[in-house]
Design a protein around this ligand. Structure first.
Ligand SMILES: C[S@@+](CC[C@H](N)C(=O)[O-])C[C@H]1O[C@@H](n2cnc3c(N)ncnc32)[C@H](O)[C@@H]1O
Length: 211
């Protein structure tokens, strides 16, 4: 069973996400294991400090190396993934590569990010989920986890959902429709109502557009 740990200052975000949808089902069916590691527990001193101002000046705070270093050392995994906006861009190939490891640590930054030394010491991957910056690594970590988990056998109700998906073979998925047949003058394509499976399959193939 694949095991994932999310190292974060905001474990509640991850724990709430675990309660819904296919992730919740997958956890209940013991298909995956997801644990949160509260970085605050590794903080320094009475106030459990985890961040400090940057050397050389500048705005904001930086996550200190020691709490992160200790959190990672006490939670060994096959690979350590740091979520960073400047990291390698997430795509389907990278997700397939990450699926090979039966344990991953996903390490979430906050504020101005990680002290570079902890990245130099522990990083196997630095991954970005897109060319925009959000306030913390938790949503990027959840995005990455959802992309990985839906590819684990039996997590999705129907594995066929994965075969024609957007980005598979550099194509966009075909458009999909459900009841009613006509909605505000917009009609479902006739072929989908024809019952002719050969023609329906052809229509689907012809509507997989290049990305
Ligand atoms: C406000 S950001 C830090 C931004 C940093 N000063 C910079 O410009 O690269 C705080 C944290 O959010 C996470 N983060 C923000 N945007 C991200 C993205 N596009 N992909 C992955 N992680 C991201 C990272 O963990 C980062 O350390």
């Amino acid at each position: 069973m694949n095991k994932y740990k999310v190292i974060t200052l905001f474990p509640d975000l991850i724990e709430e996400w675990k309660k819904v949808g296919i992730i919740n089902q997958a956890l209940k069916n013991n298909l995956i294991e997801i644990a949160t590691v509260n970085l605050r527990n590794f903080g320094i001193g009475e106030y459990k400090q985890v961040d400090d101002s940057p050397y050389g000046g500048g705005p904001g705070m930086v996550l200190m190396p020691e709490p992160l270093d200790n959190a990672i050392l006490q939670n060994e995994a096959k690979k350590n993934v740091f979520l960073t906006p400047s990291g390698q861009q997430l795509n389907e190939d990278l997700i397939q590569e990450l699926l090979k490891y039966d344990s991953l640590n996903l390490i979430c930054g906050r504020y101005e990010g990680f002290d570079q030394r902890v990245i130099d010491m522990h990083s196997d991957y630095e991954i970005s989920i897109g060319h925009s910056v959000v306030s913390g690594g938790e949503i990027p970590a959840l995005y990455l986890l959802e992309a990985i988990l839906r590819r684990i056998p039996n997590v999705l109700g129907n594995p066929e959902s994965l075969t024609n998906e957007t980005f598979v073979n550099n194509q966009k998925d075909f458009p999909v429709y459900t009841r009613p047949e006509t909605y505000k003058d917009h009609k479902v394509p006739d072929v989908l109502l024809s019952g002719n499976h050969k023609e329906i399959d052809n229509w689907k193939k012809n509507n997989l557009r290049d990305i």
